[in-house]
Design a protein around this ligand. Sequence first.
Ligand SMILES: Cc1cc2nc3c(=O)[nH]c(=O)nc-3n(C[C@H](O)[C@H](O)[C@H](O)COP(=O)(O)O)c2cc1C
Length: 231
Amino acid sequence: MNRTSRRHFLGAFSVSAAGSLALNDATGQTALVGSHPKLVGVACSPREGKSTRAAVQLALDAAKEEYPGLEVELIDLAGLKIPGELAAGLPLEHGQTDDFPKVAEKLVDPRVIGILVGTPVYMGTMSSLCKAFLDRCIVFRRDWALRDKVVGALAVGGSYHGGQDTTVLAVLAALMRQDVIVVGDGKPIAHPGATLRSEKDSIETDDTGRASAKGLGRRVAEVALRLAARS
Ligand SMILES: Cc1cc2nc3c(=O)[nH]c(=O)nc-3n(C[C@H](O)[C@H](O)[C@H](O)COP(=O)(O)O)c2cc1C
């Protein structure tokens, strides 16, 4: 389905006074998609305002452009303290702080129908911040709070073939333990996730990578909205 026919399938969204999103399917029927459905992007670079954040924002912006009624929010983990060892039941040390609960609160919001996770590539895999975040998400398995949310992954490396692909797969492997629904960056690239190369701390010159980030944002939004319309 190309972008024009996808728009036709999902129809032009309209937002009711109550914040519900109405969408028309191919049969002309209208379905209400929850209240203020939302897509969240989590940027997992420890560096504030750098390439990973830009890539996640690009994906969110593309989703918003395609489906204007969808709310989007970027959560930047840079500067936050997310101690990974708490996932294993260890206590906070004296003076140690934990920002995970405020991130978790946003993710379990029932309005959140899709989640994008973006990480820099560090030594061929995700950043330790990303791993700590994903490990801490183990709490969601208690009541399967992320179940059926649609997720996508994005990786930004400094090199071509720097491990972006395997990093995306590692992130997805962790997310799949939440019983989520995994999607890639959709046609025409249709890879497991978005892969980008940063040059001088910028993704501006990576047209192919930027296209994959936009595709990922649109695809997560598309599938999440379709599922939300059916439930
Ligand atoms: C510890 C470390 C390891 C890295 N390992 C890789 C790597 O294996 N492959 C790669 O392509 N880039 C690697 N890089 C480069 C980063 O992935 C790249 O600079 C990325 O844009 C950083 O994301 P940010 O700009 O959002 O912080 C590494 C950088 C650091 C600091």
